[in-house]
Ligand binder design. Structure first.
Ligand SMILES: CC1=C(/C=C/C(C)=C/C=C/C(C)=C/C=O)C(C)(C)CCC1
Ligand SMILES: [Fe+2]
Length: 535
């Protein structure tokens, strides 16, 4: 298990051709970019948490029946400073770094100051984001990096604060059919009262090829935090055609703790706290009016990292998420915990809550004249409820789709629309993905793929050209193995049947990763988030 999560990977900077078994669909042309941690120690120092590892970019290029793999470390300031010092000098989520005792007093004072109003890391290890025509790597701080999707070279460090007042931003934006990107972030500390801000980055106009499209960023809506000193932490949000769904969960970031963490000798992660006694406030923002709707929606305390999809149906907003009863997932990703065997995990029950795929339904009709105690959800297809309470707000209870799935993906042409299939890693009470699954949210049926000693990455759906049905396409998942005789491979499944179409075995060092983005080859078929398939 140790090597599965904590292995310093050597980058494969020149493309290597994979050995393909089976036959790749002729239409599958393009590049799957993926991101995740790849380096866990520098010199004598090592990171404590899996989310600290230095960003390693991967690309799998599908070209005329062949697959080529390459990988490169993101040349972030963090990477460059650590490499130069031959020790970890930049603080990460789970690791606080202190200056070398031999450093000058100036360096030490500067280091204290930059941790009080934190200048966060630029180690963008989580996802790939498309803003306009450009590709960026992302984490959850104010920094992101423009990369070259062909060579994986790091092109430019960008600071959100140049364009919008946020200190944190998500790694999971949404794209509409015009190619506009929506994201949201939180402003803490420096810029007055903390607030959440949803923003839109318009897709680049033809004549602005040279201008960064972030320059055209527009604020959609700002929402004050429920509590000034403890804004909610969030990893993603939902979007339908007309609405944004933002879950203000009781998993909170304590601003005072953040400001003093460095002095107290603790990491940033310790400034996050789940408050089981609080509830969860669901905000629904109307993109047309750029304001939250009047109704207040609440549900029990929960922790959510990934939204799956959301859509509007007959006067309701329906959204699916992967939810937990507490925040133990982030604790579990401490490398000391990950080094335990799956059996010990089970015995010690490290993850105290399993990921559950749940559906919530928010009625859009006014709750003003509704009876207290009445379920306002009118959809036949769901058991989810929203009951008006005496304060006039709606108390929502979900419908359960299934237990044990994470890293959900969908056919992105159905994002914001009524849909049927979720593709995800199957996980139980431990962090190790052992299978990939396809969930039919209408029947709750599940198709699965698994193989001995194989650990699959987030499954990415690529639609077939001229697709008619939602699952006309393939699933791409890079697989690493704990069997030393088995090389990593890119698995290609028929999304409809979940049967293997081909696998491309790669003689290179690959690591379990986080998230990815498929870029179809120009002219091959419409980009996944720019245009919808013919239906
Ligand atoms: C550095 C840093 C942060 C980093 C968070 C990270 C890196 C989260 C990664 C989450 C993942 C990978 C979730 C997967 O489901 C915070 C807490 C935002 C704020 C304080 C500074
Ligand atoms: Fe994520």
């Amino acid at each position: 298990m140790h090597t599965l999560f904590k292995k310093n990977i050597t980058e494969t900077s020149e493309p290597v051709k994979a050995r393909v078994k089976g036959s790749l669909p002729a239409w599958l042309q393009g590049t799957l970019l993926r991101n995740g941690p790849g380096l866990f120690s520098v010199g004598e120092t090592s990171y404590n948490h899996w989310f600290d590892g230095m960003a390693l970019l991967h690309s799998f290029t599908f070209k005329e029946g062949d697959v080529y793999y390459r990988s490169k470390y993101l040349r972030s300031d963090t990477y460059n400073k650590n490499t130069r010092a031959n020790r970890i000098v930049v603080s990460e989520f789970g690791t606080m770094a202190y200056p070398d005792p031999c450093q000058s007093i100036f360096t030490k004072v500067f280091s204290y100051m930059s941790h009080t109003i934190p200048d966060f890391t630029d180690n963008c290890l989580i996802n790939i984001i498309k803003y306009g025509k450009d590709y960026y790597t992302s984490t959850e701080t104010n920094y992101f990096h423009k990369i070259d999707p062909n060579t994986l070279e790091t092109l430019q460090k960008v600071d959100y604060r140049k364009y919008i007042a946020v200190n944190l931003a998500t790694s999971h934006p949404h794209y509409d059919q015009e190619g506009n990107t929506y994201n949201m972030g939180t402003s803490i500390i420096e810029m007055g009262k903390p607030k959440y801000t949803i923003f839109k980055v318009p897709s680049a106009a033809e004549d602005s090829a040279k201008k960064p499209c972030l320059k055209n960023l527009e604020v959609v809506c700002s929402i004050p935090c429920r509590s000034c000193l403890t804004p909610s932490y969030y990893h993603s949000f939902g979007m339908t055609e007309n609405y944004i769904i933002f879950i203000e969960q009781p998993f909170k970031l304590d601003i005072l703790k953040l400001a003093t963490a460095y002095y107290r000798g603790v990491n940033w992660a310790s400034c996050l706290k789940f408050d089981a006694d609080d509830n969860t406030l669901i905000h629904l923002i109307d993109k047309r009016t750029q304001r939250p709707v009047a109704t207040k929606f609440y549900t029990d305390a929960l922790v959510v990292y990934h939204h799956v999809n959301a859509y509007e149906e007959d006067g309701h907003v329906v959204f699916d998420i992967i939810a937990y009863k507490d925040s133990s997932l982030y604790d579990m990703f401490y490398l000391a915990n990950l080094q335990q065997s799956p059996e010990r995990f089970e015995a010690e029950n490290c993850l105290s809550s399993a990921p559950v795929c749940k559906r919530y339904v928010l009625p859009l009709h006014s709750a003003k004249d509704a009876e207290i105690g009445k379920n306002m959800v009118k959809l036949e297809s769901t058991t989810a409820t929203a009951v008006k309470n005496k304060e006039g707000s709606l108390c929502c209870q979900p419908e359960i789709h299934c237990e044990g799935m994470e890293l959900p993906r969908i056919n992105y042409n159905y994002n914001g629309k009524k849909y049927r299939y979720v593709y995800a890693c199957r996980v139980e009470w431990r962090p190790f993905p052992t299978k990939i699954g396809k969930l039919d949210v209408t029947t709750k049926q599940m198709l699965e793929w698994q193989e001995d000693d194989c650990w699959p990455a987030e499954p990415v759906f690529v639609p077939a050209p001229n697709a008619v049905e939602e699952d006309d396409g393939v699933i791409l998942s890079s697989i690493v193995s704990t069997n030393p005789n088995k090389s990593p491979f890119m698995l290609i499944l028929d999304a409809k049947t979940f049967k293997e179409v081909a696998r491309a075995t790669i003689d290179a060092d690959i690591h379990l990763d986080l998230h990815g983005y498929f870029i179809p080859q120009q002219g091959q078929h419409p980009p996944q988030e720019d245009t919808s398939v013919a239906r």
